[in-house]
Design a protein around this ligand. Structure first.
Ligand SMILES: Cc1ncc(COP(=O)(O)O)c(C=O)c1O
Length: 392
Protein backbone atom coordinates (compact mmCIF):
# COMPACT_ATOMS: atom_id res chain seq x y z
CA UNK A 1 0.00 0.00 0.00
CA UNK A 2 1.26 3.52 -0.84
CA UNK A 3 0.22 6.26 1.61
CA UNK A 4 0.10 9.67 -0.09
CA UNK A 5 0.83 12.89 1.75
CA UNK A 6 -2.80 13.95 1.17
CA UNK A 7 -5.88 12.67 -0.65
CA UNK A 8 -8.98 14.81 -1.18
CA UNK A 9 -12.26 13.28 -0.04
CA UNK A 10 -14.33 13.24 -3.24
CA UNK A 11 -17.55 11.23 -3.36
CA UNK A 12 -20.79 10.98 -5.36
CA UNK A 13 -21.93 14.26 -3.77
CA UNK A 14 -19.21 16.26 -5.50
CA UNK A 15 -19.75 14.42 -8.80
CA UNK A 16 -23.45 15.25 -8.71
CA UNK A 17 -22.82 18.84 -7.70
CA UNK A 18 -20.39 19.53 -10.54
CA UNK A 19 -22.85 18.57 -13.27
CA UNK A 20 -25.55 20.90 -11.85
CA UNK A 21 -24.19 24.07 -13.52
CA UNK A 22 -23.15 22.13 -16.62
CA UNK A 23 -26.84 21.39 -17.22
CA UNK A 24 -27.78 25.09 -17.03
CA UNK A 25 -25.07 26.47 -19.31
CA UNK A 26 -24.22 29.15 -16.72
CA UNK A 27 -20.58 28.24 -16.00
CA UNK A 28 -18.90 31.21 -14.36
CA UNK A 29 -19.63 33.26 -11.26
CA UNK A 30 -23.37 32.94 -10.94
CA UNK A 31 -25.78 31.58 -8.34
CA UNK A 32 -23.55 28.65 -7.31
CA UNK A 33 -20.71 31.04 -6.47
CA UNK A 34 -23.06 33.32 -4.49
CA UNK A 35 -24.40 30.31 -2.55
CA UNK A 36 -20.90 29.01 -1.83
CA UNK A 37 -19.81 32.44 -0.60
CA UNK A 38 -22.72 32.70 1.78
CA UNK A 39 -22.14 29.17 3.17
CA UNK A 40 -18.40 29.79 3.51
CA UNK A 41 -18.93 33.07 5.38
CA UNK A 42 -21.32 31.32 7.78
CA UNK A 43 -18.81 28.52 8.40
CA UNK A 44 -16.01 31.01 9.11
CA UNK A 45 -18.23 33.36 11.11
CA UNK A 46 -17.23 36.18 8.79
CA UNK A 47 -19.80 38.75 7.62
CA UNK A 48 -18.75 38.36 3.98
CA UNK A 49 -16.87 35.95 1.74
CA UNK A 50 -15.74 36.61 -1.84
CA UNK A 51 -14.72 33.68 -4.04
CA UNK A 52 -11.83 33.78 -6.49
CA UNK A 53 -9.57 31.50 -8.49
CA UNK A 54 -6.88 30.64 -5.89
CA UNK A 55 -5.42 31.82 -2.61
CA UNK A 56 -2.53 33.36 -4.56
CA UNK A 57 -5.16 35.42 -6.40
CA UNK A 58 -6.86 36.20 -3.07
CA UNK A 59 -3.61 37.57 -1.64
CA UNK A 60 -3.05 39.71 -4.75
CA UNK A 61 -6.64 40.98 -4.54
CA UNK A 62 -6.37 41.71 -0.81
CA UNK A 63 -3.24 43.83 -1.11
CA UNK A 64 -4.63 45.59 -4.20
CA UNK A 65 -7.87 46.40 -2.38
CA UNK A 66 -5.87 47.95 0.48
CA UNK A 67 -4.05 50.17 -2.00
CA UNK A 68 -0.60 48.62 -1.51
CA UNK A 69 1.86 50.18 -3.96
CA UNK A 70 5.49 51.06 -4.69
CA UNK A 71 6.27 53.02 -1.52
CA UNK A 72 4.88 50.38 0.83
CA UNK A 73 6.33 47.55 2.86
CA UNK A 74 4.48 44.35 3.65
CA UNK A 75 5.76 42.21 6.52
CA UNK A 76 5.65 38.52 5.54
CA UNK A 77 7.17 35.53 7.33
CA UNK A 78 9.75 33.90 5.09
CA UNK A 79 8.63 30.32 5.83
CA UNK A 80 5.51 30.21 3.62
CA UNK A 81 4.41 29.52 0.07
CA UNK A 82 6.12 31.96 -2.30
CA UNK A 83 2.91 33.65 -3.48
CA UNK A 84 2.31 35.17 -0.02
CA UNK A 85 5.32 37.40 -0.64
CA UNK A 86 4.83 37.65 -4.41
CA UNK A 87 1.51 39.43 -3.87
CA UNK A 88 3.45 42.45 -2.56
CA UNK A 89 6.12 42.20 -5.25
CA UNK A 90 3.49 42.15 -8.03
CA UNK A 91 2.20 45.53 -6.77
CA UNK A 92 5.68 47.08 -6.74
CA UNK A 93 5.76 47.05 -2.92
CA UNK A 94 8.60 45.62 -0.84
CA UNK A 95 7.95 42.32 0.90
CA UNK A 96 9.87 42.54 4.19
CA UNK A 97 10.62 38.89 4.88
CA UNK A 98 10.93 38.11 8.56
CA UNK A 99 11.87 35.10 10.63
CA UNK A 100 9.61 32.63 12.41
CA UNK A 101 9.50 30.76 15.69
CA UNK A 102 10.97 27.30 15.11
CA UNK A 103 8.49 25.98 17.67
CA UNK A 104 5.29 27.06 15.87
CA UNK A 105 6.68 27.69 12.34
CA UNK A 106 4.85 31.04 12.52
CA UNK A 107 5.57 34.76 12.90
CA UNK A 108 5.43 36.14 16.46
CA UNK A 109 4.44 39.63 17.59
CA UNK A 110 8.02 40.27 18.79
CA UNK A 111 9.42 39.45 15.36
CA UNK A 112 6.79 41.55 13.56
CA UNK A 113 7.40 44.53 15.89
CA UNK A 114 11.09 44.60 14.92
CA UNK A 115 10.22 45.12 11.25
CA UNK A 116 7.64 47.90 11.52
CA UNK A 117 8.75 51.16 9.87
CA UNK A 118 7.03 54.32 8.60
CA UNK A 119 6.51 52.53 5.29
CA UNK A 120 4.78 49.44 6.72
CA UNK A 121 1.35 49.18 5.16
CA UNK A 122 0.37 45.58 5.92
CA UNK A 123 1.32 42.79 8.29
CA UNK A 124 0.61 39.47 6.61
CA UNK A 125 0.73 36.62 9.16
CA UNK A 126 0.42 33.06 7.85
CA UNK A 127 -1.46 30.42 9.84
CA UNK A 128 0.91 27.81 8.54
CA UNK A 129 -0.17 24.17 8.21
CA UNK A 130 -3.37 25.04 10.15
CA UNK A 131 -1.51 26.32 13.23
CA UNK A 132 -2.77 29.73 14.37
CA UNK A 133 -0.35 32.67 14.16
CA UNK A 134 -0.97 35.17 16.99
CA UNK A 135 -3.42 37.29 14.98
CA UNK A 136 -4.97 38.73 18.16
CA UNK A 137 -1.63 39.98 19.51
CA UNK A 138 -0.51 41.24 16.11
CA UNK A 139 -3.68 43.35 16.01
CA UNK A 140 -2.69 44.87 19.37
CA UNK A 141 0.59 45.94 17.77
CA UNK A 142 -1.09 47.98 15.05
CA UNK A 143 -4.28 49.11 16.80
CA UNK A 144 -3.18 52.56 17.94
CA UNK A 145 -1.65 53.82 14.72
CA UNK A 146 -2.47 57.36 13.53
CA UNK A 147 -5.37 57.31 11.06
CA UNK A 148 -3.14 59.08 8.52
CA UNK A 149 -0.71 56.13 8.52
CA UNK A 150 -2.58 52.94 9.42
CA UNK A 151 -1.18 49.43 9.21
CA UNK A 152 -3.60 46.82 7.89
CA UNK A 153 -3.59 43.12 8.58
CA UNK A 154 -4.23 40.47 5.94
CA UNK A 155 -4.26 36.89 7.20
CA UNK A 156 -2.93 34.15 4.97
CA UNK A 157 -5.30 31.40 6.09
CA UNK A 158 -4.60 29.25 3.01
CA UNK A 159 -4.12 26.20 5.25
CA UNK A 160 -6.35 27.24 8.11
CA UNK A 161 -10.03 26.49 7.51
CA UNK A 162 -11.17 25.30 10.96
CA UNK A 163 -8.33 26.96 12.88
CA UNK A 164 -9.34 29.29 15.72
CA UNK A 165 -7.96 31.42 18.54
CA UNK A 166 -10.07 31.45 21.73
CA UNK A 167 -12.98 30.11 19.70
CA UNK A 168 -12.76 32.77 16.98
CA UNK A 169 -11.97 31.45 13.48
CA UNK A 170 -8.80 32.81 11.92
CA UNK A 171 -9.34 34.90 8.82
CA UNK A 172 -11.72 37.12 10.82
CA UNK A 173 -9.08 39.01 12.87
CA UNK A 174 -7.54 41.17 10.16
CA UNK A 175 -9.03 43.41 7.49
CA UNK A 176 -9.08 40.52 5.03
CA UNK A 177 -8.53 36.74 5.29
CA UNK A 178 -7.36 34.60 2.37
CA UNK A 179 -8.14 30.86 2.08
CA UNK A 180 -7.00 28.21 -0.41
CA UNK A 181 -9.17 25.49 -1.92
CA UNK A 182 -6.27 23.57 -3.49
CA UNK A 183 -6.46 19.74 -3.22
CA UNK A 184 -4.03 19.60 -0.29
CA UNK A 185 -6.31 21.79 1.83
CA UNK A 186 -9.18 20.82 4.18
CA UNK A 187 -11.76 21.35 1.44
CA UNK A 188 -11.05 21.64 -2.26
CA UNK A 189 -12.49 22.88 -5.53
CA UNK A 190 -9.43 21.79 -7.54
CA UNK A 191 -8.02 25.30 -7.71
CA UNK A 192 -9.89 28.02 -5.84
CA UNK A 193 -9.66 30.72 -3.21
CA UNK A 194 -11.86 32.65 -0.82
CA UNK A 195 -11.54 36.07 0.81
CA UNK A 196 -13.25 36.95 4.08
CA UNK A 197 -13.92 40.47 5.31
CA UNK A 198 -16.12 42.29 7.78
CA UNK A 199 -16.30 45.48 5.70
CA UNK A 200 -19.08 46.12 3.19
CA UNK A 201 -16.87 48.56 1.31
CA UNK A 202 -13.95 46.11 1.15
CA UNK A 203 -16.29 43.39 -0.09
CA UNK A 204 -17.43 45.62 -2.95
CA UNK A 205 -13.89 46.49 -3.94
CA UNK A 206 -12.82 42.83 -3.84
CA UNK A 207 -15.83 41.79 -5.94
CA UNK A 208 -15.00 44.42 -8.51
CA UNK A 209 -11.26 43.67 -8.60
CA UNK A 210 -11.77 39.92 -9.13
CA UNK A 211 -14.15 40.72 -11.99
CA UNK A 212 -11.82 42.80 -14.19
CA UNK A 213 -12.55 45.98 -12.21
CA UNK A 214 -16.21 46.11 -13.28
CA UNK A 215 -18.52 48.38 -11.25
CA UNK A 216 -21.34 46.70 -9.38
CA UNK A 217 -24.47 46.53 -11.55
CA UNK A 218 -27.36 48.66 -10.31
CA UNK A 219 -30.73 46.93 -9.85
CA UNK A 220 -32.44 49.30 -12.29
CA UNK A 221 -29.76 48.83 -14.98
CA UNK A 222 -31.02 46.67 -17.88
CA UNK A 223 -28.74 43.63 -18.43
CA UNK A 224 -28.08 44.68 -22.04
CA UNK A 225 -26.47 47.98 -20.97
CA UNK A 226 -22.68 47.76 -20.65
CA UNK A 227 -21.40 48.73 -17.20
CA UNK A 228 -18.46 50.97 -16.33
CA UNK A 229 -15.00 50.03 -15.00
CA UNK A 230 -13.56 52.21 -12.23
CA UNK A 231 -10.75 49.98 -10.93
CA UNK A 232 -7.76 48.20 -12.48
CA UNK A 233 -8.89 44.63 -11.90
CA UNK A 234 -8.08 41.05 -12.79
CA UNK A 235 -9.97 38.05 -14.08
CA UNK A 236 -9.78 35.99 -10.88
CA UNK A 237 -13.36 34.63 -11.09
CA UNK A 238 -14.41 31.23 -9.78
CA UNK A 239 -16.37 28.87 -12.02
CA UNK A 240 -19.83 27.57 -11.15
CA UNK A 241 -18.53 23.96 -11.21
CA UNK A 242 -15.90 24.82 -8.60
CA UNK A 243 -18.50 26.57 -6.43
CA UNK A 244 -20.93 23.65 -6.68
CA UNK A 245 -18.16 21.25 -5.64
CA UNK A 246 -17.14 23.61 -2.84
CA UNK A 247 -20.62 23.49 -1.34
CA UNK A 248 -20.50 19.67 -1.23
CA UNK A 249 -17.05 19.82 0.32
CA UNK A 250 -18.06 22.39 2.92
CA UNK A 251 -20.75 20.04 4.26
CA UNK A 252 -17.95 17.66 5.24
CA UNK A 253 -15.65 20.31 6.74
CA UNK A 254 -16.62 19.86 10.37
CA UNK A 255 -16.28 16.06 10.35
CA UNK A 256 -13.08 16.34 8.37
CA UNK A 257 -11.66 18.63 11.08
CA UNK A 258 -12.58 16.13 13.82
CA UNK A 259 -10.99 13.28 11.86
CA UNK A 260 -7.79 15.27 11.38
CA UNK A 261 -7.60 16.01 15.09
CA UNK A 262 -8.06 12.35 16.01
CA UNK A 263 -5.35 11.36 13.55
CA UNK A 264 -3.04 14.02 15.00
CA UNK A 265 -3.69 12.72 18.53
CA UNK A 266 -2.78 9.20 17.45
CA UNK A 267 0.45 10.44 15.87
CA UNK A 268 1.31 12.32 19.05
CA UNK A 269 0.96 9.17 21.15
CA UNK A 270 2.55 6.76 18.69
CA UNK A 271 5.53 8.98 17.82
CA UNK A 272 6.27 10.32 21.31
CA UNK A 273 9.18 7.88 21.70
CA UNK A 274 11.01 9.31 18.65
CA UNK A 275 13.16 11.89 20.40
CA UNK A 276 14.70 13.06 17.12
CA UNK A 277 11.34 14.14 15.69
CA UNK A 278 9.83 17.35 17.08
CA UNK A 279 6.04 17.11 16.70
CA UNK A 280 3.85 20.14 15.80
CA UNK A 281 3.21 22.55 18.63
CA UNK A 282 -0.11 24.41 18.92
CA UNK A 283 -0.23 27.41 21.30
CA UNK A 284 -2.71 27.22 24.19
CA UNK A 285 -6.25 28.47 23.52
CA UNK A 286 -5.94 27.77 19.80
CA UNK A 287 -7.42 25.00 17.67
CA UNK A 288 -4.98 23.50 15.16
CA UNK A 289 -6.76 22.25 12.04
CA UNK A 290 -3.85 20.06 10.85
CA UNK A 291 -3.95 20.87 7.16
CA UNK A 292 -0.60 19.07 7.39
CA UNK A 293 1.25 17.33 10.19
CA UNK A 294 4.66 18.97 9.95
CA UNK A 295 7.48 17.90 12.26
CA UNK A 296 11.07 19.08 12.66
CA UNK A 297 13.93 16.64 12.11
CA UNK A 298 16.17 17.37 15.10
CA UNK A 299 18.40 14.49 16.21
CA UNK A 300 20.50 17.33 17.65
CA UNK A 301 19.60 21.01 18.17
CA UNK A 302 19.65 22.49 14.64
CA UNK A 303 21.99 25.38 13.86
CA UNK A 304 23.15 27.05 10.65
CA UNK A 305 26.42 25.10 11.11
CA UNK A 306 25.00 21.56 11.33
CA UNK A 307 21.99 22.22 9.09
CA UNK A 308 23.45 20.88 5.82
CA UNK A 309 24.52 17.64 7.46
CA UNK A 310 21.12 17.22 9.14
CA UNK A 311 19.40 17.99 5.84
CA UNK A 312 21.31 15.16 4.11
CA UNK A 313 20.24 12.75 6.87
CA UNK A 314 16.64 13.91 6.53
CA UNK A 315 16.75 13.25 2.76
CA UNK A 316 18.05 9.75 3.52
CA UNK A 317 15.12 9.23 5.93
CA UNK A 318 12.62 10.50 3.33
CA UNK A 319 14.10 8.10 0.77
CA UNK A 320 13.69 5.16 3.16
CA UNK A 321 10.10 6.16 3.92
CA UNK A 322 9.35 6.41 0.19
CA UNK A 323 10.70 2.86 -0.26
CA UNK A 324 8.36 1.73 2.52
CA UNK A 325 5.38 3.27 0.69
CA UNK A 326 5.09 6.50 2.67
CA UNK A 327 5.09 9.81 0.84
CA UNK A 328 6.65 12.75 2.68
CA UNK A 329 7.39 16.35 1.80
CA UNK A 330 9.22 19.38 3.21
CA UNK A 331 6.80 21.62 5.15
CA UNK A 332 7.28 24.53 2.76
CA UNK A 333 10.07 26.80 1.54
CA UNK A 334 12.08 29.73 2.87
CA UNK A 335 11.09 32.48 0.46
CA UNK A 336 14.16 34.57 1.34
CA UNK A 337 16.42 31.76 0.12
CA UNK A 338 14.91 31.47 -3.37
CA UNK A 339 16.92 32.84 -6.30
CA UNK A 340 14.13 35.33 -6.99
CA UNK A 341 14.32 36.95 -3.55
CA UNK A 342 18.08 36.60 -3.09
CA UNK A 343 18.63 38.41 -6.42
CA UNK A 344 15.84 40.99 -6.05
CA UNK A 345 16.34 41.91 -2.39
CA UNK A 346 19.76 40.58 -1.40
CA UNK A 347 18.63 38.08 1.22
CA UNK A 348 21.05 35.48 2.60
CA UNK A 349 20.24 32.25 4.50
CA UNK A 350 21.15 33.94 7.80
CA UNK A 351 18.71 36.84 7.15
CA UNK A 352 15.93 34.60 8.53
CA UNK A 353 17.78 31.72 10.20
CA UNK A 354 14.81 29.83 11.62
CA UNK A 355 12.93 29.98 8.32
CA UNK A 356 16.06 28.62 6.64
CA UNK A 357 16.37 25.78 9.18
CA UNK A 358 12.66 24.97 8.87
CA UNK A 359 12.91 24.78 5.08
CA UNK A 360 15.81 22.31 5.35
CA UNK A 361 14.60 20.24 8.30
CA UNK A 362 10.78 20.19 8.28
CA UNK A 363 9.08 16.92 7.48
CA UNK A 364 5.41 16.64 6.56
CA UNK A 365 4.03 13.14 7.04
CA UNK A 366 0.71 11.94 5.59
CA UNK A 367 -2.44 13.26 7.27
CA UNK A 368 -5.83 13.79 5.62
CA UNK A 369 -9.43 13.40 6.73
CA UNK A 370 -10.02 10.26 4.65
CA UNK A 371 -6.90 8.50 5.98
CA UNK A 372 -7.60 4.96 7.23
CA UNK A 373 -6.30 3.44 10.45
CA UNK A 374 -4.19 1.02 8.41
CA UNK A 375 -2.66 3.81 6.38
CA UNK A 376 -1.71 5.68 9.51
CA UNK A 377 -0.37 2.48 11.09
CA UNK A 378 1.90 2.03 8.07
CA UNK A 379 3.32 5.55 8.50
CA UNK A 380 3.96 4.98 12.22
CA UNK A 381 5.68 1.62 11.60
CA UNK A 382 7.75 3.01 8.74
CA UNK A 383 9.05 5.89 10.89
CA UNK A 384 10.11 3.45 13.63
CA UNK A 385 11.76 1.06 11.15
CA UNK A 386 13.60 3.86 9.35
CA UNK A 387 14.82 5.24 12.68
CA UNK A 388 16.29 1.84 13.58
CA UNK A 389 17.96 1.51 10.22
CA UNK A 390 19.49 4.97 10.48
CA UNK A 391 20.37 4.52 14.16
CA UNK A 392 18.55 7.72 15.10
C1 LIG B 1 0.57 29.48 3.20
C2 LIG B 1 0.07 29.46 1.79
N1 LIG B 1 -0.28 30.62 1.21
C3 LIG B 1 -0.74 30.67 -0.05
C4 LIG B 1 -0.89 29.51 -0.81
C5 LIG B 1 -1.38 29.61 -2.21
O1 LIG B 1 -2.59 28.94 -2.37
P1 LIG B 1 -3.15 28.56 -3.82
O2 LIG B 1 -2.47 27.31 -4.25
O3 LIG B 1 -4.62 28.36 -3.61
O4 LIG B 1 -2.86 29.70 -4.71
C6 LIG B 1 -0.54 28.29 -0.24
C7 LIG B 1 -0.67 27.06 -1.02
O5 LIG B 1 -0.20 26.00 -0.67
C8 LIG B 1 -0.05 28.26 1.09
O6 LIG B 1 0.32 27.11 1.68
Amino acid sequence: MYVPIARPDISADELEAIVRPLRTGMLVQGKEVARFESQFSAYCQSPFAVACSSCSAALHLALSALGVGPDDEVIVPSFTWITTANAALHLGATPVLCDISLETFNITEEIAAKHITDRTKVILPVHLFGNAAPADRLLDLIRDRPSSNPIFMVEDAACALGTSIEGRPVGTFGDIGCFSLHPRKAITTGEGGMLTTGSTMMRQVLMSLRNCGADERQPDQPPYVLGDFSLLGFNYRMTEMQAAMGQAQLLKARTDLEKRQKLADRYRKALADLGWLRLPYAPKSTVHSYQSFVCLFAPEPPTLQNCDDLHQRLLQLMGLLEEMGVQTRAGTLAVHNTSLYRNALGYKPESCPNAYLASKLSLAIPLFGAMTEDEQGQVIDALHKAAKQMKL
